[in-house]
Structures are given as C-alpha cells and as structure tokens.
Ligand binder design. Structure first.
Ligand code: SF4
Length: 432
C-alpha cells in the first residue's frame, strides 16, 4: 500500500518511523502530514537499501542536486563523480536529468550509487529516444512517452518530475503576454514545441490519470514541474505562471484522491520582494503541497555566481514556506558544472536551507549554531571545523591561512577578540 493510503488509513509505515526519528518528531506527526498532503516521503517500492527522506511542513528543509548526461560527449563516470560530490556535500536527494547518451545506464548507476531519493524527468529521455527513432523529438508518440515513464518508475525512481500543467491555454497566454524570456525550462520548451508541431494538448495533462496510475503502482511521488518557470525577473508572477499554478493546484487534488504523493516545483527567477507572495500563492493554490524551489535566483546579473543568487532566494523562499531547494551551481546558464561546482552548489543550498530552518524556529536547528559558537568562543578549532557546514574547506582554510598550531587565527592574531574576552572573563587560553 502507498505511503499516502497507509497514512489515510491511520497506519504508520516503517518509512514514516525512520523519517520521524531523523526529524525528531513523532511518527504520528509524519503520518498526519502525509495524510494531509503537506509531507511526502519519495520512496519507490522498487528501491532497496535507500534511506527514506521526508519533505514538507514542519521538517528540516531539504536540498537536491542535479546531474545528468548532456552535450556531445556524455560521460557516465564523470556524472557519477558529481553524484559522489553531491552526496559528500550533504545533499538530501539527487536528480538525474540526462538528455542524451545511455540514459537507462546513467539512471540505474545513479540509483545504485545513491542511498537517498532519486528523481528524474522522463520527458527528456522520451524526447532523446524520439530523436534517435524518428530523427525528430517532436515525432515522439504518446505511447513512447508513457513507456519511458513506466520504465523509469519500474527502475525505482522515487520522484518523477512531469510538466503536467503546461497546457495549450497557458502557452497561449505566455505568447500574448510577450515575455522577455518566453521559456527557460528545458522540458517545458520541448514539450511546447511538441504541442505546437502536433497541434495537440499536453499528453501529460490529457492523460493525467495514466500518470497517476503508474505513480500509484510504484508509489513514486510526482513532482509537478512548471513549464512556465520565469527565466528572468521581469517575467516573474505573470499571468502564464499563475495560470499554470492554478492548473497544478487542480492536479494536486486529483493526485491525492488517487492515493499518489505529490509536490510542486517552481519558480526560477524571482525578485526578493516577490518571493513571499509566490510561495503564498503556491501554498494556497496547491493546498499546502510541498514546494520544490529551483533557487529562486534573485537577480539576472549573477552569471558565474548564480549559486549565491539562488542561495539568497532559497533562504527567503524556505523561510516563507518552501520545503525543498533544488541547488543552482556557479555554472548556471553558462555551462555544465564540474564536481567542485556541484559540491559548492550543494553547500550553498544547505546554508540557505539551514538559515531558513533557524528563522522558522525548527526544533533542533539552533543547537548546531550554538555548539559552533561555543567552540568559536573557546577557540576550539577541531570542534569548529567538525561542526562547519563544509569541514573540509574550513579545515583547509585554517591550515593554509593561519597554520594549525596557532591558538587564534591570522586575522587578529595576538589581539584575538575571543582570547581577550576570555581573559577578562577568567577563561584565558594560551597566548597566540
Ligand atoms: S583572531 Fe580574530 S578573527 Fe580570528 S578567531 Fe580570534 S577574533 Fe576571530
């Protein structure tokens, strides 16, 4: 039985118990959140040896890192190194967003290498296979698309990102509104190309019951992707984005009625002053479904530093109620990230997530900061480094910029404020 149906029947599953333990809440809290649709545990019944992760209201904000095969020379080995880098940096989930190469092999290797939830975007593979089979992605058939969704779910994918709400009417509205960047979503743009070429409604919308049937069969969580994700600040919260969100709200309701766990993805580029309203709108229209935010990126000019721009937006979005942050790397809109940029992107997203958890007063969040503050005051470098969000980097910087034997650090040296205060308070340490 699916997590949602178990929750609705009042049953607590082993996965709910594990999530409760990790989150320091009661299993009943998790069960109730799943039953109400405000919490999901993406946990495909085909997965073995994976650690269930809870995403939703009242839980620690989670982060996800994306990898995948792209470009002319896709290399599974290289992408798996990025998976490893993301896991080492503490990501809570991995998305394999491969668009070319041996996508089946990449997905299976990613699932095998990842003890946490794995998500995919099946449309990418269906389009890639159509490009091979018919020499044109737009010739993909509805059956081709659903065969890929079924194949990916049968492999054990925990959450499936699907652009089910990008309908003809939404596309028409976007066209009339004269967006600066009409579309930046890779899946959304190809899907719209398919719809216009075939003069057909979005098959993921038209055959949504089929989507739900597959998701229910494997207890895969649906992540409703937004094709109208604004790609620049000027297009944020426009009519097309809001119309799609209204449709996503309706699809959330249908998924819950079908016993399928669901979350909603969005919103791309959003200025700081519109983030709170964007999250409030999603929460209202999608009945509290977990919000999986891409960034949001808060300025269009941060090329090369979009992981910082996204961390600023991610912190505010999560503070406003989003529960799941999709990382952005420094290479965003420029090129493919390397393993170091993947690591950096995950750390930036984790800082955003934790900052939001502190602001939300999440139980246990401030203990981490308090422990580090105490270690800092005591000039206990070993503990400070262990408690840092990125111990390896903190330790390396200490070694390179100060030297490990110094009691203080190279910034103020013998005038170290921590040391001076400790002396006055009678807890002096050895001089620097
Ligand atoms: S030397 Fe200055 S910067 Fe370094 S730990 Fe002491 S107070 Fe902080």
């Amino acid at each position: 039985m699916s997590q949602l149906n178990s929750a609705l029947k009042g049953e607590i599953t082993p996965e709910m118990e594990q999530v409760a333990l990790a989150e320091q809440v009661t299993p009943e809290f998790i069960r109730q959140g799943i039953a109400e649709g405000t919490v999901v545990i993406p946990c495909n019944i085909k997965r073995i040896n994976s650690v269930p992760v809870g995403i939703g209201a009242g839980l620690r904000t989670k982060v996800s890192a994306s990898v995948g095969l792209y470009g002319n020379d896709p290399d599974i080995g290289l992408e798996l190194k990025k998976v490893k880098a993301a896991l080492a940096a503490g990501t809570d989930a991995i998305m394999d967003l491969s668009v070319c190469g041996d996508i089946d092999a990449m997905r299976r290797e990613t699932l095998a290498a990842t003890p946490k939830p794995v998500g995919t975007l099946p449309l990418y593979q269906a389009l890639a296979e159509a490009a091979e089979k018919y020499n044109a992605p737009v010739k993909m058939t509805v059956e081709d698309l659903f065969a890929v969704i079924e194949r990916q779910a049968a492999d054990g994918v925990d959450f499936l990102a699907l652009h089910c709400g990008t309908t003809m009417s939404v596309v028409e509205r976007a066209r009339q509104e004269g967006r600066i960047d009409p579309l930046v979503s890779y899946g959304g743009s190809h899907l719209i190309g398919w719809m216009i070429y075939n003069q057909s409604e979005n098959p993921l919308y038209e055959h949504y019951d089929r989507v739900l049937e597959i998701a229910r069969k494997y207890d895969a969580t649906i992540s409703l992707a937004d094709g109208m994700r604004p790609g620049c600040l000027a297009d944020s919260l426009d009519g097309a984005q809001v119309e799609e969100l209204v449709i996503l709200g309706e699809l959330v309701r249908r998924a819950r009625e079908a016993g399928v766990q669901i979350m909603v993805k969005g919103p791309g580029h959003v200025p700081l002053n519109r983030i709170e309203a964007t999250v409030a709108l999603q929460k209202s229209l999608c009945k509290g479904a977990p919000y999986f935010v891409f960034g949001p990126v808060v300025t269009d000019i941060a090329a090369g530093y979009d992981h910082i721009s996204a961390a600023i937006g991610g912190a505010i979005a999560a503070w406003a109620g989003a529960e799941f942050i999709c990382y952005v790397t420094a290479a965003e809109h420029i090129g493919l990230p390397d393993a170091d940029q993947v690591h950096e992107g995950v750390i930036a997203a984790r800082i955003a997530a934790h900052a939001a958890d502190l602001a939300k007063g999440l139980k246990g969040a401030e203990d981490w900061d308090l422990q580090l503050s105490r270690a800092r005051k005591e000039l206990d470098w070993e503990r400070q480094i262990t408690l840092a969000v990125d111990p390896e980097r903190a330790g390396q910087l200490r070694k390179d910029r100060t030297g490990e034997s110094s009691a203080a650090c190279a910034m103020c040296g013998k005038y170290c404020a921590m040391k001076v205060v400790s002396e006055y308070l009678g807890t002096a340490r050895q001089s620097c």
